[in-house]
Design a protein around this ligand. Structure first.
Ligand SMILES: NC(=O)c1ccc[n+]([C@@H]2O[C@H](COP(=O)([O-])OP(=O)(O)OC[C@H]3O[C@@H](n4cnc5c(N)ncnc54)[C@H](O)[C@@H]3O)[C@@H](O)[C@H]2O)c1
Length: 350
């Protein structure tokens, strides 16, 4: 068992505490929050609260820390923790720039302490279903994927709405959705991209965005986060060489239509108000198979199990430094695209 201390006892810090309390690989050493009232709240919940960050660093019994504070503060806390001999998990985004991440990776290499980021949405079953379809090849090679998250409450009114803390939806949800689609598109490099921001409820940071990425084999990925969508569009839509897949929302099964015969002997036209169409008429069951895919099994605590096994040298950490860096470099390119209002091409395909 590894002893974990959670830095930051807010929304996500509480999640990590509860995860550690029922873990088969962790014991909870306690928490530390910069706000006294949060440390008191921890005590009231029966959780030990360290009196300062230095006390956590001095505690030789602590194996790892999870940094769950606003995004701009991850780097300093992670570096100081690694230098004090702790392995580090940062909440996402690991930090705000690739330059900052390179400094963190350098300290990880220098100290021999592991550093990773909590990409917990790799265990979301909707994403896992898309990954399964892509990997199995059941409807052929992926041509393009669309991944959307739509809410209707604007960006949260806390630090997420402020630039200095690393707010904005691209850092908040974007990092998850980019990470997921890059895994579905495994092996392909992004050659160009375009990003556009929403500023509906917040002028300072993006409260939504639309990002298109084009890959070196001609495939593409579209990622959209909206916080002012009173009707949500489907969570995932994927077109492949031999069919299409759709997940209406993250509580639903995947719908698949597989094309078993391209040519049709006869097409029944659809009557629309202003005329007939055969081109846009739906396919029938003679040329297509329609079926549902069960929701894959998933246990998000496998993230911690993997990290603990990586500390013991038994597994590779599943969220690698290369993946962390690639995600941040893509986010930087997305900011560049927004700044110039243009499609941008990374100097080296990502
Ligand atoms: N992976 C996920 O699903 C997920 C979900 C939500 C948030 N997050 C991430 O978790 C992190 C925290 O977000 P949150 O929603 O818990 O925020 P929050 O505001 O609810 O909590 C942050 C806590 O950190 C404390 N804090 C701030 N600076 C500190 C410091 N220097 N040392 C110690 N404590 C400090 C604050 O007092 C606060 O209690 C962010 O990076 C966010 O992006 C991840």
């Amino acid at each position: 068992m590894k002893k974990l201390v959670v830095i930051g006892y807010g929304g996500m810090g509480g999640w990590h505490v509860r995860a550690a309390q029922k873990s088969d690989v962790l014991t909870l050493g306690g928490v530390y929050d910069i706000k006294e009232e949060r440390n008191r709240a921890a005590n009231e919940a029966g959780v030990y609260a360290y009196d300062c960050f230095e006390s956590v660093l001095r505690d030789k019994t602590v194996d790892l820390v999870t940094v769950a504070v606003p995004n701009d503060a991850h780097e300093e806390l992670a570096i100081r923790s690694m230098r004090a001999g702790k392995h580090v998990i940062c909440e996402k985004p690991v930090t705000l720039t690739s330059e900052s991440l390179r400094r963190m990776i350098a300290v990880s290499k220098e100290t021999g302490k592991l550093l990773t980021v909590h990409q917990n949405r790799r265990w979301d079953v909707d994403y896992l279903a898309m990954q399964k379809i892509a990997d199995s090849g059941q409807i052929g090679k992926v041509l393009n994927i669309e991944s959307r998250i739509h809410g209707s409450r604007g960006i949260p009114s806390d630090w997420r709405g402020l630039r200095e803390y690393g707010g904005g939806m691209l850092y908040d949800w974007g990092i998850h959705l980019i990470d997921q689609v890059l895994l579905v598109m495994r092996g392909k490099k992004v050659v160009k991209l375009f990003c556009d921001f929403d500023h509906i409820t917040n002028k300072e940071v993006d409260d939504g965005f639309k990002l298109t990425m084009w890959f070196d084999d001609g495939a593409s990925a579209y990622v959209e986060v909206g916080t002012y969508n009173f009707i949500a569009m489907p969570r995932f839509y994927m077109r492949c060489e031999h069919g299409s897949a759709l997940i209406p929302d993250w509580t639903k099964k995947t719908q698949i239509v597989r094309c078993k015969a391209w040519h049709e002997s006869d097409v029944l036209p659809v009557q629309t108000a202003a005329g007939l169409t055969k081109t846009m008429a739906p396919r029938d069951e003679i040329t297509t198979d329609t079926y549902e895919l069960d929701r894959p099994a998933s246990d998000v605590h496998d993230f911690y199990r993997n990290f603990c096994a990586a500390i013991d040298g038994k597994e590779e950490q599943c969220v690698t430094h290369e993946q962390m860096l690639r995600n941040l470099l893509l986010i930087e390119e997305a900011f560049r695209s927004v700044q110039f209002g243009q499609v941008v091409a990374p100097e080296v395909p990502l």
